[in-house]
Design a protein around this ligand. Sequence first.
Ligand code: ADP
Ligand code: ZN
Length: 615
Amino acid sequence: MNRTPLDILRTVYGYESFQGRQGEVIDHLISGGDALLLAPTGGGKSLCYQIPALLRAGPGIVISPLIALMQDQVATLIQLGVKAAYLNSTLSSGEQRKIMTRLCGGELDLLYLAPERLMREDTLELLTGLKPAIIAIDEAHCVSQWGHDFRPEYLQLGILAERFPAVPRLACTATADARTRAEIVANLRLTAGRVFTTGFDRPNIRYLVTDKKGGTDQVLRFIRDHHPGQAGIVYCLSRKRVEKVAEKLRAAGHVALPYHAGLDKEIRTDHQQRFLNEDAVVMVATIAFGMGIDKPDVRFVAHLDIPSGLEAYYQETGRAGRDGLPATALLTYGLQDVVLRRRMLEASTADDLHKRAERRRLETMLAYCELVTCRRQTLLAHFGDTMPAPCGNCDVCLDPPTTHDATVPAQKLLSCVARTGQRFGAVYIIDILLGSEQERILRLGHNRLSTYGIGTELDRNGWRAVVRQLLARGILTTDAEGIGSLKLTAAAGGVLSGETPLELRKNPLRAPGGGRKRNRKSTAAALAVEDCAQVEPGAAARFERLRDLRRRLAAEAGVPPYVVFHDRTLTAMAALQPRTKGALLEISGVGEAKLERWGAAFLDALADDHRQDQV
Ligand code: ADP
Ligand code: ZN
């Protein structure tokens, strides 16, 4: 009997149904088509090439830029009973030969390779003879010369189209913008293929922004109240602060490790390994940490200093909650951050154009911090996704700030921008509104405008906040040339005519905690956890005991705990308490190989629990 993709999903992975566009992508590849798949982190991209590799003849070839990613994926696949291996420089030549032998003997379903290894003529020739089932190019945005992860070797991958015309190719990335997408299609010669996109929302991540106060105590309180005993990443701007925060966390009894470029390579590797292999390590790090970290159960990402822009922020916060369970992204920000960021930016050796772009990124970041509307809606809009309703899972939605009517100040500002020909930046416009007598204003005759000096109800900071709000809401924009002059958008008309009233934030940002209302819109998984803790108090204790068992089994097998089972699977076990292998197999994340290998141990543990409950 021929197996279908759904059979594989159920028996090998132990999942019930496809999510997002997985099913379509897999069908398209199996029938021989090429594709580009754009989906967020944790969106289940890897299954899209793994399942075709298992169903089509020949080995699946996966090109991955990072050794850590390859190792992690291969460890996961082996536990699922899939014949997978990787070839890279960490292996001895003996080990490499062994893998080659298995590959040539048709004993491998999936082989992970770095691009430079694949592009070697001997590798290409060998693979031509073997007729791969599929070629997957993971992290395909590395092909973009303008992106932050550019890998020159990726540019050569275009020739795979000629060398393997009959082999379906899939490029995957979580980077969404149109330019990167066009570059991927052109450079990898996927023009004949289909593009599959899914939304970039990460609904299980709760976005919180708060005023920075109380230094390290703030993050200590946050971890204690929201994520005790869980894994997380705390990002700081400087190495010195990383060391200090890690020390404070350790003094408070947490397992906290520092990570920054100033530490020896061995120490960094050791800390990274501990973060992956232990359950509750808090990594305190500069942005040097995180690339290639696939750990699914990072429960929080806290930024103690403001990130450089929304791209970096979204990427870094996206490392939380890959498993789909509830996670938090906390950002604490204060004016001193802004001053520091500005200083760093102006002192850098980058050229003017570059600096201007950086400045704009920072302003957008600031606007995000000061939002009075749903944070997720703004984040997604920034990446070209629209979200029709507020999310219900950010601090603004959970604890709406009070606002005041700022329609009149906004009208003054917009009309001043219009009257000066949309050629000037915020500082100059504010100068006019405040009635400054600076030479340029007098020279250009802007002191004769009807908007000259009409804005004394706000001070300079107040006006800047208005500008940021208007930018954040897309009522104002800055020019495409990057000079920084303010322009009106189509949305400005509504504000000027009074049709669109404008509310701005009045009270300062609040600390998280006020908004712990139960979130109605959270994912099914989130609800499952909350429900199981609410309905049945014993489940939480059972979960802890299962977690201990998992830790022991993982250590024996030499793999990270999440490779044995995800938290999500343990949560379901704790709630449903299966007694038989059949019942265990019903749980999401339990496939045949894992049932075989770990099933008995988990059933025993659950049976022990049951007996204890009876006593
Ligand atoms: P990506 O590569 O897009 O970041 P992954 O492929 O690592 O995402 O998948 C994220 C998580 O979701 C993994 O733990 C994976 O096993 C799980 N997953 C993928 N597809 C499904 C599905 N159809 N049902 C349930 N879980 C899934
Ligand atoms: Zn929201």
